[in-house]
Write a protein that binds this ligand. Structure first.
Ligand code: NAD
Ligand code: TYD
Length: 350
């Protein structure tokens, strides 16, 4: 049996990756390591929490001693590392948490992998999940490839870029078997409602203003989160050591166009008159250093490993809206912070 530690498994993307691996690979044992910050919610994994090939450990990757003990006791064969501070706006108001978790936390994991695997890297792998934001901002044309020079602008993307460099350095210096993927913006179920799409769904539902930064001209390339989890699965199993893959949806949307589409879907789902929800759109002060455009060229992933996105955006957005409207309790718990009280009482750190 292969044992895999997935970090950040209680978060948005991590919970989809954990679910996929637990369900598809009964021969693997999945350890979900998560600090349960505001973004971590074990309710995301209710459907698989009792599976015999899964267990959860509460812990902080910035704590090097804890990570060392974790490797000693769990003896993992592989790490899929998603734990991070992930919200750009939070990184602008409080950068240090991003340095600690995203940079120091990643290096703690690399050090433990190096120490416990001790040069025996066959059948062992350190998979680092990263973002397209490390490449900076595009103008009206062009796409990010794996050769694009890193040019991060926000404290978030700077911290992710730094962690990517450390992961590559551990491959080049110590021979650790690493792979990195850089993915575009994800959307789907269990997305914390501080990010654009779930925030807008929640606000539209509650007849609250939908804040659009600047003029809404910024472009993002949106990918269905389950397609990301499938890409991680393929890359984890098939990429050569040291490889990097871009993952993206070939699906660019200006924020304002996306929000208008979302408003029309919400009108239909909530039985409102067409155009009603769009009245909630409110242009607000732009984000500092706001990257104009992201677009991923995922040709390499398709060519080498045969991965492609499976879902059209309109269909995925509709499914996402349906999930939020039928999971009101999840949304209410998350917006009230109630889920944190509950799980804090259940789990204590090692
Ligand atoms: P998220 O914020 O929803 O989840 C992050 C998880 O990490 C949470 O469960 C949190 O509790 C945990 N965590 C935070 N600090 C920790 C610490 N110190 N120790 C242990 N656990 C900790 O994030 P997400 O959107 O699911 O992103 C997951 C990963 O994917 C991140 O590395 C992010 O950079 C990357 N990524 C995200 C996107 C996106 O669109 N959301 C796109 C590309 C890449
Ligand atoms: P976000 O979901 O925070 O993801 P990221 O910053 O990682 O791309 O934001 C997506 C886009 O939406 C980005 O251009 C910022 C913009 N945005 C708004 O216009 N209003 C909002 O309330 C938020 C959270 C984001």
């Amino acid at each position: 049996m292969k044992k895999i530690i997935i970090t950040g498994g209680a978060g948005f993307i991590g919970s989809h990756v954990v679910r996929r691996f637990v369900n598809i690979y009964p021969g693997y044992h999945i350890v979900n390591l998560d600090k349960l910050t505001y973004a971590g919610n074990l309710a995301n994994l209710k459907d698989i929490e009792d599976k015999p090939n899964y267990h959860f450990i509460k812990g902080d990757i910035t704590d090097a001693d804890f990570i060392d003990r974790l490797f000693a006791t769990e003896q993992p064969d592989a790490i899929i590392h998603l734990a991070a501070e992930s919200h750009v706006d939070r990184s602008i108001s409080d950068p240090i948490e991003f340095v600690l978790t995203n940079v120091v936390g990643t290096v703690n994991l690399l050090n433990a992998a190096r120490k416990y695997w001790d040069g025996a890297y066959d059948q062992r792998r350190f998979y680092h999940v990263s973002t397209d934001e490390v490449y900076g901002a595009l103008g009206e044309s062009g796409m990010f490839t794996e050769q694009t020079k890193y040019d991060p602008h926000s404290p978030y993307s700077a911290s992710k870029a730094s962690s990517d460099h450390f992961v590559r350095a551990y491959h080049d210096t110590y021979g650790l078997d690493v792979v990195i993927s850089n993915c575009s913006n994800n959307y789907g179920s269990h997305h914390f409602p501080e990010k654009l799409i779930p925030l807008a769904i929640n606000n539209i539902k509650n007849n609250k203003a939908v804040p659009v930064y600047g003029k809404g001209e910024n472009v993002r390339d949106w990918l269905w989160v389950e397609d990301h989890a499938r890409a991680i699965d393929v890359i984890f199993h098939e990429a050569a050591p040291g490889e990097t893959y871009n993952i993206g949806g070939h699906n660019e949307w200006k924020n304002i166009d996306l929000i208008r589409l979302l408003c029309s879907i919400m009108d239909r789902k909530l039985g409102r008159a067409d155009g009603e929800s769009a009245k909630l759109i409110t242009f607000v002060k732009d984000r500092a250093g706001h990257d104009l455009r992201y677009a991923i060229d995922a040709t390499k992933l398709k060519r080498d490993l045969g991965w492609e996105p499976s879902l059209q955006f309109e269909e995925g957005l509709e499914k996402t809206v349906d999930w939020y409207l039928s999971n009101e309790e999840w949304l209410a718990d998350v917006t009230s912070g109630h889920y944190q009280q509950y799980y804090k009482a259940q789990y204590t750190s090692r």
